[in-house]
Design a protein around this ligand. Structure first.
Ligand SMILES: *Cc1c(COP(=O)(O)O)cnc(C)c1O
Length: 424
């Protein structure tokens, strides 16, 4: 099946007389005929359902759809993108370990990596985006367990050189974890370039309608966990009557361990109703992504031609520093554009307050056009130094082009620019 078809059909195929639409199984628990059967479910927890803290039929159908779209062996949904990021790392890092991350990542990930994980004894070693292979290699320590990066960084909009990062990670016997939120599997399939684990905030394009906060972890099944660096993946898990994940589950060891250990213990599993809403978004993901990219390209060119704009960042523009990486890895550059307005922070705010169609909100990748000022909103907790490292200028506006008619989006910008001019 091609992507458009997977979006509609993967994960759920009703049999004779079953509901056409993915049913919402809003039940915390599942019944069995005998205690023996319940006991056997505990022995083989991946065969049947036990409890909706870690598995539910509606959520699992969506997991299968996302795994199919990414080309992975399995997926696990979480209650937020943050939870997906957290569990993707906790599944292979413990106190005393470290991992490497590019510095241009989502602000919430920077908080998690720099403060919360640090408190848990897990160190994040940041690398500059222009670091040479040698510099990245030098960042590795004997306790380094993963490399992390974003396909299209939020909000810096730089493109990760996935193949290069995967090669370096593999040379050191650790997986590459890629946050593919902005690209979605429609625009990029990181597994094709050597990534091992993919995470998403499904709150963004996957849902698209701003109705559910969620996340997902997808396992490529390609990483060799038996290389000596990941004993917890091989050795008997005392908390699961001594099973070895690699021995029992082979290629799906990582994602099954994440569910059986971490989801069981942390319980950040989405409700069936949230998964149902996410599924509705996924059904139209392929068509939506095409239109976001088309609108954003026109919008980016318009901004480039405006004398009020100092610079435009959109990897789809030939002039963009990430253009060649985008050509290699992306089928389109999503609807997210950032630009620096002349006049800095104050002008940026005046511009944003003058918008009528585009809404001022803490969101991105919505079906409706929305706009945000990272320096004073999402990234306000970052120091000036961290802002620069994350690729954020104080006059930077992050624009998330929606699916309105592009003429209406441009008209809105024009009247906001006019208001800025009047003010000047
Ligand atoms: C929003 C976002 C997250 C966090 O996801 P939530 O669903 O908000 O928890 C992680 N990574 C990226 C790239 C994001 O844009």
């Amino acid at each position: 099946m091609k992507d458009e078809t997977k979006c509609l059909h993967a994960g759920y195929s009703p049999k004779n007389s079953e509901p056409r639409v993915l049913p919402i199984v809003q039940s915390t628990t599942y019944v069995y005929d005998s205690t023996e059967e319940v006991a056997s479910v505990f022995d083989e927890p991946t065969k049947s359902l036990i409890y909706s803290r870690f598995a539910n039929p509606t959520v699992m159908a969506v997991e299968d759809k996302i795994a199919a779209l990414e080309g992975g062996v399995g997926a696990m949904c979480t209650t937020s993108g943050q939870a997906a990021t957290l569990l993707s790392l906790l599944n292979i890092c413990k106190a005393g370990d470290s991992f490497i991350s590019t510095s241009e990542i989502y602000g919430g990930s920077i908080n998690l990596f720099s403060y919360t994980l640090k408190r848990l004894g897990i160190e994040c070693i940041y690398i500059r985006r222009d670091a040479t292979d040698e510099e990245i290699e030098q960042a590795f320590k004997p306790n380094t367990k993963a490399v992390f990066g974003e396909t299209i960084a939020n909000p810096a909009l730089t493109v990760l050189d996935i193949e290069r990062m995967a090669n370096i990670a593999h040379k050191h016997g650790v997986p590459l974890i890629v946050d593919n939120t902005f690209a979605t599997p429609i625009l990029c399939k990181p597994f094709d370039f050597g990534a091992d684990i993919i995470i998403h905030s499904t709150s963004k394009y996957m849902d698209g309608h701003a109705v559910q906060v969620g996340g997902v972890i997808v396992d490529s099944g390609n990483f060799n966990w038996a290389n000596g660096n990941f004993p917890e993946m091989i050795e008997p898990d005392e908390s699961y009557h001594g099973i070895s994940y690699t021995e029992t589950y082979g290629k799906a060891a990582y994602i099954i361990k994440a569910r059986m250990q971490l989801m069981r213990d942390f319980g950040v599993y989405p409700a069936a109703h949230s998964a149902f809403l996410l599924n509705m978004g996924l059904e139209t993901l392929a068509v939506r992504m095409k239109q976001y990219c088309e609108n954003a390209m026109i919008f980016a060119r318009y901004l480039q031609s405006s004398d009020l704009v100092e610079s435009v960042t959109y990897p789809g523009l030939e002039s963009d520093a990430n253009y060649s990486l985008a050509q290699k890895y992306l089928k389109g550059c999503s609807g997210v554009i950032s630009f620096v307005i002349k006049g800095g922070r104050e002008t940026a705010m005046k511009f944003m307050n003058s918008l009528k169609l585009a809404s001022n909100e803490v969101h991105v990748a919505d079906i409706r056009t929305c706009v945000l000022h990272p320096a004073s909103e999402t990234h306000r907790q970052l120091s000036d130094e961290q802002l620069v490292a994350a690729g954020i200028d104080s006059g930077m506006v992050r624009f998330s082009v929606g699916l309105e008619n592009i003429d209406d989006i441009l008209a809105d910008i024009e009247q906001a620019f006019a208001a800025v001019r009047e003010n000047a």
